[in-house]
Design a protein around this ligand. Structure first.
Ligand SMILES: *Cc1c(COP(=O)(O)O)cnc(C)c1O
Ligand code: SF4
Length: 334
């Protein structure tokens, strides 16, 4: 058989899908057969415009302005409200960087923000005001970060974050991880990503091949907030990742109007499990400006978690946590 040589300019399917993502509110509402007059849409595309792949839109229900997936991506006028206590850098992360793009807040692990790009723009995102653009500081100062890691041999786990690290091409991922892998102290490569959920085409043969060659143990922490995000394509992608030896965990954010009911949370955990993913964290919303309309109170969150705990085995109950600047771990809520 003649081996198939990929054309050098051949663009993987996932990149074409990414390029074709829905980027206008009008188009999104037209696809969903929703009359724009029924919603208070944010009129201007701001510094964090709408972006959502078609495959994710297809998981939303037609004509439903309260669809939990739609709510996560639709810019609404409430975002422009200035609410006391909601700021631009709620986690004080910019101060916690020993090298641009490298966060070392917790013992034994460090987090590298390798790109600002994402396949989807989640309106509640705490990184929406983060000062990274296409010219990503972490990549430009990678040598400085590698040097820092080398000087801190107790760091055994490197976390790729962003943005979404899987929005990097395989070539760039490979180059980056080769450099990291050269540090013998690193035993675990953790990837924080929403891409396999919103664009399961990302999990293609090339990515799986690359994962198969990793010396480090690969852990993927996915980001899925609602059971409706998991369709048959996502399930197939998860199965392939599992077969490639990847440990699959999920973190979600507790979001008003998306998953703030015991039923939605139970269903999320059960659906994740059937797709081979274990729930890991349920985050309280970071108090970022423009996201106040997603906030759920601590009292309500605790009440919801108690009901989830009463309905599910312990391994399907996510840890309810909050990030507190300066703390040595994510803080569990009582
Ligand atoms: C969340 C986070 C981690 C990972 O924390 P785990 O509890 O290990 O999941 C590591 N570094 C930073 C800066 C983080 O924000
Ligand atoms: S994918 Fe993650 S980093 Fe990107 S916008 Fe959504 S929550 Fe933020």
């Amino acid at each position: 058989m003649i081996p198939r040589i990929p054309h050098p300019e051949h663009r993987p399917e996932w990149q074409s899908q990414l390029a074709r993502a829905v980027k206008s509110t009008d188009e999104l509402l037209r696809l969903l057969e929703i009359d724009p007059a029924r919603l208070k849409i944010q009129p201007l595309a701001n510094d964090f415009p709408l972006r959502v792949p078609h495959g994710f839109v297809r998981r939303m229900s037609r004509g439903d302005i309260h669809d939990p997936l739609l709510r996560q991506v639709l810019p609404v006028s409430e975002e422009t409200l200035k609410i006391e206590g909601f700021c631009h850098d709620p986690l004080a992360e910019i101060a916690a960087m020993p090298s641009p793009g490298l966060l070392h807040k917790y013992r034994g692990r460090a987090l590298l923000t390798v790109t600002g790009a994402c396949a989807v723009h989640c309106r509640y995102c705490f990184r929406r005001h983060f000062p990274y653009s296409d010219a990503n500081p972490a990549m430009e100062h990678l040598e400085q970060s590698i040097r820092y890691l080398g000087q801190h041999p107790d760091i055994g786990e490197i976390i790729l974050s962003g943005g979404d690290p899987l929005s990097l091409t395989d070539n760039r991922l490979q180059a980056l991880c080769e450099q990291l892998s050269a540090l013998p102290q690193l035993h675990t490569l953790r990837i924080h990503t929403r891409l396999p959920v919103v664009l399961p085409e990302r999990v293609d043969a090339s990515l799986l091949d690359w994962i198969g060659t990793q010396r480090m143990k690969v852990v993927m922490v996915l980001h899925c907030n609602h059971a409706n995000e998991i369709d048959t394509d996502v399930r197939a992608a998860m199965q392939q990742l599992t077969q490639a030896g990847v440990t699959l965990l999920n973190q979600s954010v507790l979001l008003r109007g998306v998953n703030d009911s015991a039923q939605a949370l139970v269903q999320l955990s059960e659906t994740l499990f059937t797709a081979g993913i274990l729930p890991y964290y349920l985050h309280m919303l970071d108090r970022v400006q423009g996201a106040a309309h997603f906030a759920v109170s601590e009292a309500r969150a605790n009440e919801l978690l108690a009901r989830v705990r009463a309905s599910l085995p312990g391994y399907l109950v996510p840890r309810l946590v909050q990030e507190i600047p300066g703390a040595h771990s994510k803080m569990p809520l009582p």
